[in-house]
Each structure stands twice: as structure tokens, then as C-alpha cells.
Design a protein around this ligand. Structure first.
Ligand SMILES: Nc1ncnc2c1ncn2[C@@H]1O[C@H](COP(=O)(O)OP(=O)(O)OP(=O)(O)O)[C@@H](O)[C@H]1O
Ligand SMILES: [Mg+2]
Length: 450
């Protein structure tokens, strides 16, 4: 039998007919990946009918028409809706709700057009049970349980639905390749085949992908380069919130997030996230909590930051963070020690962003500093105060972007004071309730109840 596949080193391009642990060419370990002997490629020219170079001004311009999924949070992250012929990768930890999200999106779309849902992980019965629970039973939603990519292609060509979901890319396999489903070679080849199909037929395909422990999409990072859009569904499995984050988008911005709440009836869109993240705030004056006015994409989000500073029992002090960047907390701790004379060297420090949300913008610094100082001194932060500001190494308070949006959201959510850098842009309208400080020391003086 003719060998249809070969193994190629990803580092140096060396070929081999069988798998080797170490590349004989460059000596790299575990770098050989199985490939088809004659890989098929699809050139963008073939799709657009453009073969000779021509001035960009003369390229026929069709506005990428999009169709909305009618799930507002999904459309927001996609940048307004689905682009025909696009390949969208939806990644996330096991059990986070990827299949749930996809089934809900497929259902919404299937009310207007046929949608093919290909499940490689669950039986048709299981999918039907889930669809029943989610209220997603509609005749326009076609179901196929298949893992052979050639069969999948056959179904897609036969039915030619405008949208399809492949759950998950790791279960798909190409029978010409000897490697197991989920291996780098298989995942890459299957994704490439679906890519060719999407580009030539105009079917938009959602690919579900699993994320490994290290936070990488299982299999190759190349998958992220191949597809048009990469979305991650993230969140704490023990919490109800799920955040859909755009990591890459060839047709829109990537700073938007979609916020959902997991319930028995599936993922429910959250229109006013601040309200939910703040609901369980401790009542009364409790030290160690402050509210950060964060900005996720174009949307402000108020999040409570809690800190606990307590003397170290033995050995080296512990430092733990959840939802905020560990390194930034270390930096803020150092600034508090050096610039403000706090003696934190013999204290354990725990910092947590409440609600399972992850804040990675420096604008949360001020709230972290307030919470830390408040816990250390055992003095509560003004409960009517929200804040946003970045701390510098010299103890200065730096302005942040989008301050007006943050302020408006804070006042809308019932806060009466807003603390920020005095170098923040001047605001239109009145200044009532705005507190400004040059330095972290000055800011903490205003934030902590005397
Ligand atoms: N009856 C239910 N009520 C509430 N939540 C449920 C119920 N059944 C399942 N869930 C939630 O749905 C999650 C599973 O969702 P789903 O199967 O969509 O995840 P997934 O990301 O596709 O997982 P996998 O990695 O196994 O494919 C569970 O972790 C749970 O939180
Ligand atoms: Mg699943």
C-alpha cells in the first residue's frame, strides 16, 4: 500500500516515513508531525477570482455582509455577526459550557436557516436531551454524530447549510493519517480541510476546541493562525459567570467580551454585569474591600477587589491572587512598602477579584492598593467609592483610559464618589463626587475612612 502520509520536523523541515522521537536533522525532540503527502492548499486568489496583481483600488469591493446570531453577547464579540465563509474557533476548559453555547447559538440561527451540528463527542440522544433542557429544539437544527472528516465534508456539501458547528475539532480524524485523533497532525489536517471547505462554499463553521491545562488549545497553536476568529469561553467552574473573549478576529475588534451566567436552562446573557458582580458585596464597613471600575472592551465593569493581609505563621510569607495579575500585586505591595512605609515583609497577602472575573488591566491597581491598605490597617474603604488608576514605581498615580465611561457606570451603580489620578482627562459636565490624587499615598488618604 502506498504511504499517503509522512512525518515532518516542525523545526527544520526534515522528512521521515515514520515517527521519531528526535529529529535526525536538527536534533529537536518531539518535533515530528504527521502530514498528508500532498497537502492541499487553497489560495485566496482562487476564492476571489483574482489571479494577477492589480491595484488595491481596483479590487472589487464587496462589503463583508454579516448575519447576526441574535445572541447579543455573541454578536458583540464577533464584531456584529457572522461573516459568511469564516472559521471560528471556540476554545475553553473542559466542562465550561462550550457545547451549551454552541447549541444555543445553533438554535437561534436555525430559526432562520438550516444549521448542521456535528457532534463527535456525544451521542445524538445526549445532544437531544441537552437541546430539550436548553429549549433549543427546532426542526431547522440538523444533527449528525460523526468523527470522520471526509464524512463531515460530505454532509456539509450535501446539505450546504449557511452555518455549521463541529464539536470538537479534537475528535475529528482523517483516515489517511495514521496518528490518533487529537494529535497535532490530525487536528491540523482536519482544520485545514474545513478551512478549504468554508472558503470555497461560504459555509461559516464554528470549531469547538479543548484547552489544555497550560491554557493552550490542545494540539497546535497553528490552529489559531489558520482560523479567522478565536473565541475563548472562560470563567471559574465553581462560579456561574462565563466570559466569552475574542482573542483574534479578522473581521472586528478583539477587546469586546460577552458575559453570560450559567443556569439550568443554559447560558443566559448578562446585560448589566456590574449589577451582578456587586450583588454579594459585604454590607457595612468591612476592611479589605474596594471597588475597581474596570473597562472590558467598550464596556465598563465594576468589580469588588478583596484583600486579606495577616501576619505570617511561619517561614516565608504567602502571596496568593485570584482574578488579578500576581505580578502587579507584587509591584503594588513593593510600592506600599517602599513609598508608604507599610511593613508587609512578614505578612501573608491574599487578593481576589470577586465573582470569578479576571482583570488584567493596570487600572485595577488603585483598588488593589486600597483593599491591601485597608486590610493592613484594619480601616474600611469608603463604601460609596469606586476607583480606577494605575500605580507607578515611584508611588505616583497614573491616569487610565476611558475614565468617563468608568465614572458614569460607577454613578449609575449607586456610587457617589470616584477616585482617580489628578492627571486624568478633564470631564465634560460637572465634577461633583470626583476625587483626584497625584500619588498613591494621597489617594489612600481619601479612600480610607479615617
Ligand atoms: N442541569 C444543569 N443545570 C445547570 N447547569 C448544568 C446542567 N447540566 C450541565 N450544566 C452545566 O453545563 C456544563 C457542561 O456544559 P458543556 O457540556 O456545554 O461543556 P463543554 O465545555 O462542552 O464540555 P466538554 O469539554 O466536556 O465538551 C456543566 O459543567 C455545568 O456547569
Ligand atoms: Mg462539549
Amino acid at each position: 500500500m502506498r504511504v499517503k502520509s509522512k512525518f515532518r520536523c516542525q523545526e527544520c523541515g526534515q522528512q521521515s516515513t515514520r515517527w521519531l522521537g528526535r529529529c535526525p536533522g536538527c536534533g529537536a525532540w518531539n518535533s515530528l508531525v504527521e502530514e498528508l503527502d500532498q497537502p492541499k492548499t487553497v489560495s485566496p486568489a482562487a476564492i476571489n477570482g483574482l489571479l494577477e496583481p492589480c491595484p488595491v483600488t481596483e479590487v472589487p469591493a464587496q462589503e463583508e455582509e454579516r448575519f447576526p446570531t441574535r445572541m447579543a453577547e455573541m454578536d458583540r464579540v464577533l464584531g456584529g455577526g457572522l461573516v459568511p465563509g469564516s472559521l471560528i474557533l471556540v476554545g475553553g476548559d473542559p466542562g465550561i459550557g462550550k457545547s451549551t453555547l454552541m447549541l444555543q447559538v445553533a438554535h437561534l440561527l436555525s430559526c432562520r436557516m438550516p444549521v448542521l451540528y456535528i457532534s463527535g463527542e456525544e451521542s445524538a440522544r445526549q445532544v437531544r436531551l441537552r437541546a430539550e433542557r436548553l429549549g433549543a429544539l427546532s426542526p431547522g437544527l440538523l444533527l449528525a454524530c460523526e468523527t470522520d472528516i471526509d464524512q463531515v465534508e460530505r454532509h456539509l456539501r450535501q446539505i450546504s447549510p449557511p452555518v455549521a458547528v463541529v464539536d470538537s475539532i479534537q475528535t475529528m480524524f482523517k483516515s489517511d493519517l495514521a496518528s490518533a485523533p487529537g494529535s497535532v497532525g490530525q487536528v491540523r489536517e482536519c482544520a485545514a480541510q474545513l478551512m478549504r471547505l468554508a472558503k470555497t462554499t461560504g459555509i461559516s463553521i464554528f470549531l469547538v476546541g479543548h484547552v489544555t491545562k497550560e491554557g493552550m488549545l490542545a494540539g497546535p497553536r497553528v490552529l489559531e493562525h489558520m482560523v479567522d476568529t478565536v473565541l475563548y469561553l472562560e470563567g471559574d467552574r465553581h462560579q456561574f459567570f462565563r466570559i466569552l473573549r475574542g482573542v483574534k478576529n479578522r473581521f472586528g475588534s478583539t477587546n469586546e467580551i460577552g458575559i453570560f451566567e450559567m443556569s439550568g436552562a443554559g447560558l443566559v446573557e448578562v446585560a448589566s454585569p456590574s449589577a451582578i458582580f456587586l450583588t454579594k458585596r459585604p454590607k457595612g464597613d468591612v476592611p479589605g474591600t474596594a471597588v475597581a471600575a474596570a473597562l472590558e472592551g467598550s464596556r465598563p465593569l465594576l468589580v469588588e477587589i478583596q484583600a486579606l493581609v495577616c501576619p505570617t505563621g511561619y517561614g516565608t510569607p504567602r502571596r496568593m491572587t485570584a482574578g488579578v495579575d500576581y505580578n502587579r500585586v507584587a509591584l503594588i505591595t513593593a510600592v506600599l512598602e517602599k513609598r508608604m512605609g507599610f511593613n508587609l515583609g512578614n505578612q501573608d497577602i491574599y487578593v481576589n477579584a470577586v465573582g470569578g472575573v479576571r482583570l488584567d488591566e493596570p487600572a485595577a491597581d488603585l483598588a488593589v492598593a486600597c483593599a491591601l491598605a485597608s486590610s493592613f490597617k484594619d480601616i474600611p474603604v469608603d463604601p460609596g467609592l469606586a476607583c480606577a488608576g494605575e500605580t507607578g514605581l515611584t508611588g505616583e498615580l497614573r491616569p487610565v483610559t476611558g475614565v468617563e465611561k468608568r465614572i458614569r457606570e460607577s454613578f449609575k451603580m449607586g456610587f457617589s464618589r470616584f477616585l482617580m489620578s489628578s492627571r486624568s482627562a478633564a470631564l465634560s459636565g460637572d465634577d461633583y463626587g470626583l476625587l483626584r490624587a497625584d500619588t498613591l499615598a494621597g489617594a489612600l488618604e481619601m479612600a480610607l475612612l479615617a
